[in-house]
Design a protein. Structure first.
Length: 110
């Protein structure tokens, strides 16, 4: 296995992570993408972006959203990645996704 390496930028004018901000297959999920990438609140104050984790158990998939700003997480499980992404999108949009305090970390620091 060959691991990818970060590209060096000689003049420092480009970010080596600029391609990471292309939503790719998450394009239809604007609420989810916003949760993951938004670094400013509506009032212009800084916000820590979210994280997503996908896990697989014996007969279920799990999707965890971690909110670094508050140190909370939400967890969904289902049988397909598509249904998990759709549920996360809908529940973020309508505010019904319940977040709870994480045992593994506190709110992030800027």
């Amino acid at each position: 296995m060959v691991l990818p390496r970060k590209n060096a930028v000689a003049n420092g004018s480009a970010s080596s992570t600029s391609n990471a901000l292309d939503p790719g297959p998450l394009t239809p999920f604007s609420e989810l993408w916003g949760f993951l990438t938004q670094v400013l609140w509506e009032d212009g104050k800084p916000r820590l972006p979210g994280k997503i984790t996908l896990s697989c158990d014996v007969d279920m998939l799990g999707l965890s959203l971690q909110d670094a700003e508050t140190g909370q997480y939400a967890y969904l499980n289902g049988r397909s990645l598509g249904s998990l992404l759709e549920e996360a999108e809908l529940r973020l949009a309508d505010g019904s996704l319940s977040f709870r305090p994480s045992r593994y970390g506190k709110a992030g620091k800027r």
